[in-house]
Design a protein around this ligand. Structure first.
Ligand code: AMP
Length: 220
């Protein structure tokens, strides 16, 4: 299964991609997580990306395309993947098509997480993450021990770019650069909107979409 998740920041892409990975073993490829890891490790990529990420702007296409190209060629991604946060521009979508065509791996479905701006702003104020990128929400999915990741006990924190002024900037960028992908994938017949809701309901609807689109027996 080759899946693309797109939609505004904070719509639940990462949460659902992590569930699909845990429950179905489909690797989550989160470009945001990859960039944050590079920034923490102060690699050349991280140093180049940091000012864009902190400001809620997009990292240049050429950087992102090279990063995703390399990741898609790793062995685990050969059997399927969930792209979470890529493509975010028409240019990235075209580059992705070329990479996947060259290796004979078409996109099965592009899932659009449909959530309004006002819900996003409220939701991101309560989001907390650990260093590995596991996602919590103070009300909707709190950790078992306040302030600590369930998986490794590491401290939780608020992402710098989840503060309201940066969230508003990210939403503007999203509407301008990423929303046009809606038409592109709709025309191709691989566009599937996913309605917002509680985490398990959204997951059930997601699995139903994936099953229909891939004609697969899994996930069940
Ligand atoms: P995310 O965790 O997906 O919300 O991404 C966090 C930030 O990483 C974004 O606000 C961008 O600055 C950067 N980023 C992630 N994915 C991409 C992408 N495909 N193209 C450009 N910038 C990206």
């Amino acid at each position: 299964m080759n899946l693309i998740f797109f939609g505004p920041p904070g719509a639940g892409k990462g949460t659902q991609a992590q569930l699909l990975q845990q429950r179905e073993g489909i690797p989550q490829i989160s470009t945001g997580d990859m960039l944050r890891a590079a920034i923490r490790a102060r690699t050349p990529l991280g140093q180049r990306a940091q000012k864009f990420v902190d400001a809620g702007e997009l990292v240049p296409d050429d950087v992102m395309i090279a990063l995703v190209h390399a990741r898609l060629n790793q062995p685990d991604a050969r059997r399927g993947f969930v792209l979470d946060g890529f493509p975010r521009t028409v240019k990235q979508a075209q580059a992705l098509d070329r990479v996947l065509e060259a290796s004979g791996r078409p996109i099965d479905v592009s899932v659009y997480f449909d959530v309004s701006d006002e819900v996003i702003v409220r939701r991101l104020a309560g989001r907390r993450v650990c260093r590995q990128g596991h996602i919590y929400h103070l009300e909707a999915s709190p950790p078992k021990v306040p302030g600590r990741c369930d998986l490794d006990g590491s401290p939780l924190f608020q992402r710098e770019d989840d503060r309201e002024v940066t969230v508003r900037r990210r939403l503007e960028v999203y509407h301008r650069e990423t929303e046009p992908l809606t038409d592109l994938y709709r025309r191709r017949g691989i566009f599937e909107p996913l309605r917002d809701g509680d985490i398990e309901t959204v997951y059930r609807n997601l699995v139903a979409i994936v099953k229909t689109k891939t004609g697969s027996q899994k996930p069940d």
